[in-house]
Design a protein around this ligand. Structure first.
Ligand code: ATP
Length: 712
């Protein structure tokens, strides 16, 4: 397995401070600044970092065992796994068999030179044996690739499910936590191959290397036993081969903790210019602003100023490492490699009567020694990649155990399922809350009570905390202080599953899933996802039926295809393929543009779909499971008629459900509200009914008059 450079973030504790000159070495690499950590322990002891890696391997090896057990438990993996391992075991023995044949062949030649006779039988057997091993080798390679493909596919399926499950179960604050994101990222290494497939290859490579080394050693001992001066020659040859690898060792021992950055203004701006020119997102401004000529001249000038320093970090760093390879040993290793032959020749000249070994066997010993040390060196050199691989396995398993920050409750909700028909009572008691990592309170000492079946509208300026109230009710986050009660009981006591089942929420920043419109609506109530009648009714109530009917694929239209089409060298006249517009540059996807832009759905239409999904959950159902409806600006993108229709429909359909709206609009809804909360700067400033607040003549009354005048 090729050695993979650890560029990812490690999950080790501690920090890395590039400014710490005592611990970090700084090197200029073109426009880049490379900071490499000097290993803390045994800094000047060669191989110290290897010891560290070996300890890491030991620590993580139980995870390898767990993965092997998991692999073995996958359907029909056992057979494939055994075949694959056996094939590689035999394959790694074959070089030694070949070597043995070579030795036999040399003996025949030697006898032929000395006695002028050839043992034909033996020669034929050896020839047949060599052909046999070559054929077997080809056959085994074929078997290996036949077993490897399905084996890796099954591993990928199994561990993709593992990752999917691990990600899907995380709650919002946990998922948003940068440390968790880093942990999740670390469990899915770049390059597409799964950790399991890489582990499989690593394990087989390692097994093959061990078998290879042992068998080569066997042959070497066998050959040397028959030679008088063999041990001396073997020592010389092993020494020469070892020297070659010592030279490489120096190259490959690089710091494991490092970081590179660039502050070069020209380089940064050039990358920015490239993005502007490549990204379709910026094309409008580029053309409208007549920026092309300016950008070209700036780009050319920056390239000129940078000269040879311009380049991606990896590219420049590789060049730097390659330059460093030429040092003394690289000049010496050639002549040193010839030393055994020179000594052999000198000894032969000194004592021609007792030439210790034939020149042919000398070659055999030399190539065996070379192979032997090379494989040994490779095993040693692999410790770094084995340590990394085992750490990857640990990370893969650990993501399934990331604890959620929102802890689950134990009490069922509602205690009496029939009671939900009458709505849910909601109370906030002195609730204060800050978003994770924020210093400022989003809610401060919020208290209000909503009786079952009441309609509440929260109004207030941007950022005053309206949406946050809704997010706390559904327990996306928990309050820092205070309590939220449903039917008189703290919501933290309830089972999360039950709580979220009883509440329906339409977020202001709702998202549509990259699925068909049908699935998007159906996900409002996964239990009835295949009930088309319900889906159609929800679409109708959401005011979405009409425009859905005009789409060529109707409910089966994909809002955003989760899979891109791939194109080869198709002629430019092809404007559509598979019923979709051909996107020649594939840049649209690269620029993050969704295909809803192609669909041509307006913001209001998208909002109607979101409302339809909410209706699927809350009002289409015959057996009411939802008792509290939360709407965050549900009409922000709707025209006045659509907004009016939506509110009328909502009031008609809600029965006794408790409803809570966050809104910027006064009038349409607030007039019907049992309670209005007027918020400013994270606190409730005024509360009461529309009439009460108008009579109060405070901020609510002032803004209501302002809005009313604007529409008069
Ligand atoms: N995910 C978040 N992380 C950190 N701070 C946030 C987050 N979401 C909101 N905030 C902050 O919390 C405060 C309240 O935000 P909230 O979204 O509740 O306001 P809002 O009244 O709904 O505003 P709007 O009318 O613009 O929707 C704001 O200061 C906002 O910047």
């Amino acid at each position: 397995m090729a050695r993979r450079r650890r560029a990812a973030l490690s999950d080790k504790p501690g920090t890395f401070d590039p400014e710490d000159r005592s611990r970090v070495k700084h090197t200029k690499v073109g426009v880049w600044d490379l900071y490499e950590e000097i290993p803390r322990e045994l800094e000047h002891v060669p191989g110290a970092s290897r010891i560290e890696q070996i300890l890491e391997i030991k620590q993580n090896s139980p995870y390898l065992w767990r993965m092997m057990k998991d692999i073995a438990s996958i359907r029909s993996c056992w057979f494939l796994l055994c075949t694959y391992a056996l094939v590689h075991f035999i394959l790694s023995l074959l070089p030694a068999v070949n070597l043995w044949f070579s030795g036999q062949m040399l003996t025949i030649v030697q006898t032929a030179v000395e006695t002028r006779t050839v043992d034909r039988q033996l020669l034929l057997r050896i020839a047949a044996g060599r052909i046999g091993t070559m054929t077997l080798q080809r056959f085994l390679r074929l078997c290996s690739s036949r077993a490897q493909v399905p084996l890796e596919r099954r591993l990928k399926q199994h561990f993709t499910q593992h990752i999917f499950r691990a990600r899907a179960r995380l709650d919002l604050p946990t998922f948003d936590d940068p440390a968790v994101q880093r942990q999740l990222g670390g469990a899915t290494p770049p390059g597409g191959r799964t950790v399991a497939a890489q582990t499989l290859r690593m394990s087989t490579d390692l097994m093959s290397a061990c078998v290879y080394v042992t068998s080569q050693l066997g042959v070497l001992v066998n050959v040397l036993r028959e030679q008088e001066d063999g041990p001396l020659l073997a020592a010389l040859m092993l020494g020469a081969a070892f020297l070659e690898h010592v030279h490489n060792l120096g190259q490959l021992t690089t710091a494991r903790v490092w970081a590179a950055t660039t502050k070069n203004d020209d380089y940064l701006r050039m990358q920015g210019y490239k993005r502007i020119v490549n990204d379709p997102e910026h094309r409008k401004e580029l053309i409208a602003g007549n920026l092309a000529e300016y950008l070209i001249s700036q780009f050319v000038a920056a390239t000129r100023r940078l000269g040879d320093d311009d380049g991606d970090f990896r590219e420049l760093n590789t060049e730097r490492v390659m330059r460093g390879r030429f040092h003394l040993i690289s000049f010496l290793k050639g002549p040193l490699g010839q030393l055994p032959q020179i000594i052999f020749t000198l000894r032969a000249a000194q004592r021609p009567a007792s030439i210790p070994v034939s020149l042919a066997s000398l070659q055999l010993i030399q190539s065996t020694a070379n192979n032997f040390t090379w494989e040994l060196y490779k095993i040693y050199e692999r410790t770094a990649s084995i340590a990394e691989q085992l750490a990857d396995i640990r990370k893969l398993y650990n993501i399934a155990e990331i604890p959620n920050k929102i802890t689950d409750g134990t009490a069922p909700f509602p205690e009496d399922t029939q009671k939900i028909r009458a709505g849910i009572e909601l109370e906030f008691r002195n609730v204060s809350f800050r978003y994770p990592g924020a210093d400022i309170y989003a809610l401060q000492n919020i208290s209000f009570k909503l009786l079952a079946g009441q309609l509440c509208v929260i109004v207030g300026s941007n950022g005053s905390g309206k949406s946050t109230i809704l997010k706390l009710i559904i327990r996306l986050y928990d309050p820092e202080e205070g309590q939220i009660l449903l039917d008189g009981k703290d919501i933290r006591a309830f089972k999360l599953q039950d709580l979220r089942q009883a509440i329906s929420v339409l977020f202001q920043d709702y998202t549509h899933f990259p699925l068909s419109i049908r699935d998007n609506i159906a996900l409002g109530d996964p239990e009835h996802a295949s009930d088309n009648a319900r889906i159609e009714r929800a679409a109708e109530l959401g005011g979405a039926s009409e425009f859905i009917g005009r789409l060529p694929d109707g409910l089966d239209t994909y809002l955003e295809r989760p899979v891109q089409d791939y194109y080869g060298d198709i002629p430019a006249g092809t404007h559509s393929l598979f019923g979709r517009k051909v996107d020649y540059g594939a840049l649209r996807a690269a620029g993050g543009m969704s295909s809803t832009a192609n669909l041509g759905l307006s913001g209001g239409q998208m909002q109607r779909l979101a409302v339809a999904r909410t209706f699927m959950r809350s009002v289409v159902s015959d057996e009411p499971k939802v008792g509290l409806l939360l709407f965050d600006e549900p009409s922000a993108s709707l025209d006045p008629t659509a907004e009016h229709d939506l509110f009328v429909r909502l009031r008609e359909l809600r029965n006794n459900k408790t409803m809570l709206f966050s809104s910027h609009r006064f009038g349409n809804l607030t007039r019907h509200a049992d309670i209005i909360l007027y918020m400013n700067d994270s606190v409730i400033v005024e509360s009461g009914t529309h009439e009460q607040l108008l009579a109060h003549g405070g901020e609510y009354a002032r803004i209501w008059k302002l809005q009313a005048q604007a529409f008069l």
